[in-house]
Design a protein around this ligand. Structure first.
Ligand SMILES: [Zn+2]
Length: 215
């Protein structure tokens, strides 16, 4: 079985959902840097405050700060699923050294792949419930901003960062900073590409089967 994995991929590939499903199936703790930062910020820690300052200026967090945050979350954990981290080559290198120091190397990096055409389609037809936070796709789920939330009856809306401009910015950032991370892990022989197009359940099936295999 695999114990230490990274989920890598562009927006709209469902990394967060898959991380949660694998975490539940295998009892392995999972985290995204965003979630850790929100928790640090809520607790008012020094790291949380520092990160909030960068984010409020609309700037990317420095690699050193991201690493400090991940190190804090890792603590003494020997098993983990990282969702969307590392996001830059600098983070990947520092994370490798950190894990080497702990003698806990990564077992696998799952690279969820999706064409930019499908990413645009998925992101721009996405509606979020104001009450329960559930996310729906206008095409798959036959909902519109006028439909009540199928989960709870709440109001569905398009998130402010789901605009074409914001999406292009995220895609450019992804191509420039994160795509090289996939190459980095490919060279070290632990990258496994997974087609994210077939949807949540099919992707989970593939990941679940692979997680059961020895590292
Ligand atoms: Zn709802």
């Amino acid at each position: 079985m695999k114990n230490r994995v990274v989920l890598l991929g562009p927006p709209a590939t469902g990394k967060g959902t898959q991380a949660a499903m694998i975490s539940a199936a295998f009892g392995i703790p999972s985290a995204s840097t965003g979630a850790i930062l929100r928790e640090e910020s809520r607790r008012g820690t020094q790291l949380g405050t520092q990160a909030a300052q960068w984010i409020s200026q609309g700037r990317l967090l420095p690699d050193e700060l991201v690493l400090a945050v991940v190190r804090t979350w890792l603590g003494e954990k020997k098993r983990f699923i990282m969702d969307g981290f590392p996001r830059t080559i600098g983070q990947a290198r520092s994370f490798d050294s950190e894990l080497q120091r702990r003698s806990l190397p990564l077992d696998c990096v799952y690279f969820l792949e999706l064409s930019e055409e499908v990413i645009r389609e998925r992101m721009l037809t996405r509606l979020t419930c104001r009450s329960c936070g559930a996310v729906f796709n206008e095409t798959f789920h036959h909902v519109t901003p006028e439909t009540p939330c199928p989960n709870c009856g709440g109001v569905l809306h398009r998130r402010a960062d789901d605009t074409p401009e914001a999406l292009e910015k995220r895609l450019a950032e992804y191509r420039e900073l994160t795509l090289p991370v996939a190459d980095y892990y490919r060279k070290s022989g632990i990258l496994r590409s997974v087609d994210a197009a077939p949807g949540r359940d099919a992707v989970f099936h593939t990941l679940h089967e692979d997680m059961k295999e020895a590292a």
